[in-house]
Write a protein that binds this ligand. Structure first.
Ligand SMILES: Nc1ncnc2c1ncn2[C@@H]1O[C@H](COP(=O)(O)OP(=O)(O)OP(=O)(O)O)[C@@H](O)[C@H]1O
Length: 302
């Protein structure tokens, strides 16, 4: 459904745009219907840039982003873009910033109606909204007619997902959507993503949190300095991380019931085996080697 082919992004930076910042290097990946793919990386690794390019907010400097076979960078004109957003929607970290505080939160549903379904009757539209709210497990009495400040971050995040569901959505880009939620709400939103996956939605789940990536995704893509360090079925990447960077990240994850000292001692006693990775030919390319079926490791890049 979604295919990124050798995507690069170089930002112009500096006072006169004379500088260059390479944010994404040679990224190729796919997201299939009903598949959750996590883009995992530290701050600055390029994950949000990738999410924004999939949402058409930035153009790749090089490479292709294909959605159902069409390169989205070739989509021109209001009608074609509108059609794209009927199928591909994003939800972001800070739900409060997605709402205008002076309007009731559910106004976002009306905006979908006026843009995409102007002919739908009031009664039919109400049924659709109630259905979408039911899917995201929100009680309509608790959210309809409420201002954003009267709702919690978790409720607002679910309103935004319900809004996406009113469209014929096939791919959801979820960028750090639960970073700002408390622990119990996080679980609700994560379980909601799993329901959406069951309905056949593809989800690109952008996170800096390895444990979240492990919890939600079928496939994990570990990004380092804009390039893929490791990618594969989540179980394989987490059970058998092969890139030194993935190993390092995994060794940094706090583990319940174990102290840092215990983890350090264990690592010292059983240091991960060194894997010899060939070196990439230049700093722009970021080739991958397939080490087992569907499990790719990035050639050492800078
Ligand atoms: N609009 C922009 N103009 C110039 N440089 C940018 C822009 N957006 C991001 N960058 C730079 O590109 C790199 C990747 O940024 P990006 O936001 O994609 O990373 P990230 O992994 O999502 O990090 P974070 O989790 O902190 O948002 C960073 O070095 C960042 O400073």
């Amino acid at each position: 459904m979604l295919e990124l082919k050798n995507v690069h992004k170089v930002y112009r930076v500096g006072a006169f745009g004379g500088g260059r910042k390479r944010a994404v290097r040679d990224v190729s990946l796919t997201v299939e219907p009903g598949e959750v793919v996590s883009l995992i990386g530290e701050s600055g690794s390029g994950k949000s840039t990738l999410g924004k390019m999939v949402l058409g907010l930035f153009r790749p400097t090089e490479g292709q982003i294909l959605f159902e076979g069409t390169d989205i960078t070739t989509i021109k004109g209001h009608a074609a873009r509108k059609e794209y957003y009927r199928h591909v929607q994003g939800v972001f970290q800070d739900p409060f910033s997605s709402f205008n505080p002076i309007f009731k939160a559910d106004r976002v549903f009306e905006m979908i109606r006026s843009t995409y379904y102007p002919g739908v009757s009031d009664a039919d539209w109400k049924d659709r909204v109630l259905d979408a709210l039911g899917t995201v497990r929100l009680d309509p009495d608790n959210v309809l007619n409420k201002y954003p400040h009267q709702l919690s971050g978790g409720q607002l995040q679910r309103v935004l997902i319900a809004r996406a569901l009113l469209l014929d959505i096939k791919l959801l880009v979820a960028d750090e959507i639960i970073s700002m939620l408390d622990a119990s709400t996080r679980i609700d939103v994560l379980n909601l993503l799993s329901d959406l996956k069951e309905r056949g939605l593809g989800i690109l789940f952008v996170t800096h949190d390895l444990s979240l990536g492990n919890y939600v995704s079928d496939k994990s893509v570990i990004l380092r300095k804009g390039a893929i360090a490791e990618m594969g079925p989540t179980a394989r990447v987490f059970e058998n991380p092969l890139h030194p960077y993935s190993r390092h990240l995994l060794s940094c994850v706090p583990q319940l019931h174990r102290t840092w000292a215990e983890v350090d001692a264990e690592l010292a006693a059983n240091p991960p085996e060194d894997v010899e990775l060939p070196v990439a030919p230049d700093e722009e390319s970021a080739p991958l080697v397939e080490v087992e079926e569907g499990h790719f490791v990035g050639i050492n890049q800078g």
